[in-house]
Design a protein around this ligand. Structure first.
Ligand SMILES: Nc1ncnc2c1ncn2[C@@H]1O[C@H](COP(=O)(O)OP(=O)(O)OP(=O)(O)O)[C@@H](O)[C@H]1O
Ligand SMILES: [Mg+2]
Length: 447
């Protein structure tokens, strides 16, 4: 059964012009994916003062910070999907699993919800690029991802997979979680050098329904032979997909390609693969062995669990004495323009408020006036002097007394503003304090 009401088109907002979406502000479109649109976001009840530096992963300081202050990304499902009641059901049911995935190598899901007919998933925002973008940039600039960087990213992927694959329910029973969509676009490389897996938990629902509505788009290139055949899959399908990503990072070439969809599927099914060292002589025999084992066509010959893949890749990485700062520098250098833009947008997005909620602009002189006046004693009223009056008062002060303009700006009661310009200004000021000097001569006590 499909819903009749078409959800309204979303206004994406921008980092400096947030728009309200449920209990979030949308702060601009990040990207349009095959099945969803991803927006930068912040909770409406966020407190701008406590937002950290845009240099951290989630720019601002997202890791470990409370939901109310962190930078978020909201993925809103495309209306075609939202029309499918079965998809919506599955999205919300399966998506609950995503909430359990709290691990440094998996993007943290904050909430699954719907607002105004739009189904969304809210997550921590990861300032960085996805691996598709990294690979594309490398191809364009005839650059290779340095082997240690690629191994570090592989370690991150294996670490995230290992955590998710071994997740158990409250009774200690395995949840048998399988991502099914481990692909470069779902690996986010942060500008800090950290690596995070995206779309865990919702992939099954997405894959099922997108294949039905025909927008599988590029997914075949990252499937395992058993997955492409439509056979039952287990966690080892994710290991094969991780192997494809490793191979592509090391060779800067797509592993499976085909002129037609059918030809592509045939290639994946056969999984006739050359070792990465054939394309990149910096790849060691040991690294070749690991990648080829992850890419074994037969599941029995493959790594049986992601923990073993993680251990083997970590050992190779140790040999390189790799420092995460190398990947951080690589990302910031190769994506300099994007990084600076992200920093700028992150700092704007952390504090901006919608136009309709902004206080009326106060002219700068007026604003100073408020900031510089000293707190009043209890019971005293403070009145801001309009700009023309203020300048007259200052001139008057300058002519008559050596007092500072700050003192001259503190006018305590509406009537006194006018009496300040009376011919014979004598008496005491309304507060009864500081009633000496200029103001005591200036104000006449009312009888
Ligand atoms: N939490 C996040 N923080 C920052 N960027 C994100 C986040 N989640 C997704 N993105 C980015 O948004 C873009 C779109 O993601 P999305 O998952 O919708 O599309 P995709 O991965 O290209 O395709 P698919 O629909 O197959 O998943 C990608 O560049 C992705 O890296
Ligand atoms: Mg994705």
């Amino acid at each position: 059964m499909s819903s009749l009401r078409k959800p309204p088109k979303l206004n994406s907002g921008s980092p400096s012009e947030p728009v309200v979406f449920g209990h979030y502000y949308l702060l601009g479109l990040i990207a349009r994916g095959g099945m969803a649109e991803v927006y930068r976001a912040r909770r409406i009840d966020s407190t701008p003062d406590s937002v950290g530096s845009p240099d951290s992963v989630g720019s601002p300081d997202s890791v470990g910070s409370p939901d109310s202050v962190r930078a978020l990304a909201i993925k809103v499902m495309r209306p075609e999907l939202a029309k499918e009641a079965r998809f919506v059901d599955m999205f919300h049911r399966e998506g609950q699993l995503a909430l359990l995935l709290r691990h440094e190598a998996i993007v943290e899901t904050v909430e699954l919800g719907d607002f105004d007919g739009q189904h969304y998933i809210a997550m921590e925002y990861i300032g960085g690029r996805d691996l598709t973008q990294v690979l594309r940039r490398c191809q364009k600039s005839s650059l290779r991802i340095p082997v240690p960087h690629a191994v570090h990213i592989g370690v991150g992927i294996a670490k995230g997979l290992d955590f998710a694959h071994n997740l158990v329910d409250r009774d200690g029973r395995s949840l048998a979680l399988v991502n099914r969509d481990v692909s470069p676009s779902n690996v986010r490389v942060a500008y800090t050098g950290e690596v995070k897996l995206l779309d865990f938990g919702i992939a099954q629902a997405l894959m099922k329904f997108t294949s039905e509505i025909g927008i599988l788009k590029g997914k075949f290139s990252y499937m395992s032979p058993e997955q492409i055949r439509g056979m039952p899959v287990d966690q080892r399908t994710d290991i094969f997909s991780a192997g494809i990503i490793m191979h592509e990072m090391l060779t800067t070439e797509k592993l499976f390609r085909g002129d037609t969809e059918f030809a592509l599927m045939e290639r994946v099914r056969k999984a006739d693969i050359s070792p990465p060292s054939k394309f990149n002589r910096r790849v060691s025999p040991e690294l070749d062995r690991i990648v080829m084992k992850a890419l074994a066509r037969d599941v029995k010959d493959r790594y049986q669990n992601s923990a073993d893949l993680f251990t083997d890749l970590s050992e190779v990485l140790e040999g390189y004495r790799f420092d995460i700062r190398e990947l951080k520098d690589f990302m910031r250098k190769e994506f300099k323009r994007e990084y600076l833009k992200d920093q700028d947008e992150s700092s704007k997005a952390a504090v901006s408020i919608p136009l309709s909620e902004r206080p009326v602009e106060v002219p700068p002189r007026f604003a100073n006036l408020r900031a510089e006046t000293s707190p009043l004693p209890q019971g005293a009223e403070q009145v801001l002097v309009s700009a023309p009056l203020q300048s007259i008062a200052q001139q008057s002060v300058a002519q008559r007394s050596p007092m500072s303009p700050v003192q001259a700006q503190t006018i305590r009661r509406p009537d006194d503003v006018m009496s300040a310009f009376a011919d014979e200004p004598v008496g005491e000021i309304a507060t009864g304090t500081a009633n000496k000097g200029f103001w005591s001569r200036m104000f006449k006590k009312r009888k």
